[in-house]
Design a protein around this ligand. Sequence first.
Ligand SMILES: Cc1ncc(COP(=O)(O)O)c(C=O)c1O
Length: 393
Amino acid sequence: MKPLIKTRLFTPGPTPLLLEAQARALASNFNHRTEEFRRLVRETIEHLRYFFNTQNDVLLFASSGTGAMEGAVTNLLSPGDRVLVGTAGKFGERWVGLAEAYGMQVSKVEAPYGHPLDIEEMRRQIESAGPFRAVFVQATETSTGVTHDVKALGEMVRSLPETCLIVDAITGLGTMDLRPDEWGLDVVIGGSQKATMIAPGLAFASVSDKAWKQIERARCPRFYFDFAKERKSLAKGESSYTPAITLLVSLHAALEYLRAFGRENLIANAALLAEAARQAVKALGLKLFAQHSPSNAVTAVCAPQGMDSGAIIKAMRERFGAVVANGQGSMKGKIFRLAHLGYYDACDLFSAIACLEVVLAQLGCSIELGRGVAAAQETYLRLQSPALASVTA
Ligand SMILES: Cc1ncc(COP(=O)(O)O)c(C=O)c1O
């Protein structure tokens, strides 16, 4: 029998698309130099402020998230500036690569893959090896599935007038409590293919007053990702260059949905699914790659002893159309990653765990079918809050 298979994304970006947002984009036919489109841009920026939980400026670029990361480097720094990067995975390494590409002197605090950053070591570096112009970090390190204590970092950096804290929250936004204004997160970066439930192609950056002051003095060359130029354009409801119109229309629609659903509910949803996934994985006798400070965005799971995680990923995709992410770099073949950010629900998770059980059994693992699903269900029953129930009803 030939099985009917639907494709379902369980990757931490791209994530499943919100159908209403896609449909709105398909039905739109805008020219961007019109009042109608300017209104849409202004509303989108307001919605983004809500999503970021900030009163700071939020900028928008037609690029993947890395574009805004690069923009943060070139807009806030001058060649030769000293910077500190807290790195715990492939995306922390991206900050290092970006800062080095523009001639910064980079100091690093490194955590082994699967571990969160040692925040006290960051404090020691900031206090004894500074001054640094910028401290770079991930809110959540998607390659390993850990979360970092950006609130504590904000407390360290906010009293230093010459240092900005730059947070890659590309998978942190919509999956964890983030308070840029209260915590002193000077630049926060996001990307469209994550918790905002739309396709890849837009990058976001919130910028604090302290960061704007640093931008005035910074001398790195910049052109497309010129933050000050983009701020001026966005104030008029425009972008400096041709905007990604269809993506903006779907972003506007998705953010309307998210505003009605509620930022805190979105975060609570990711937290619930992540905890249920962790309990399921443990019940199946598998090991979590991130033992401490696991993120709500993605759960990284170690492949059973002697098995390449690629075999699990291949079987999940071929048998069930369930697209799960492999490890990146040296983690490839050792872990697989199951996402929870954005448009995922309990039904997605229950079925992913059920499929995983079948795949593991077929690959010869001795597991008891249903154990992981039961653990996920029990966690769901334990944690499902009445507030979330009333919103989703
Ligand atoms: C934490 C983090 N930082 C940076 C990126 C890079 O974003 P993009 O691929 O949109 O450039 C990703 C993408 O997965 C990410 O998860």
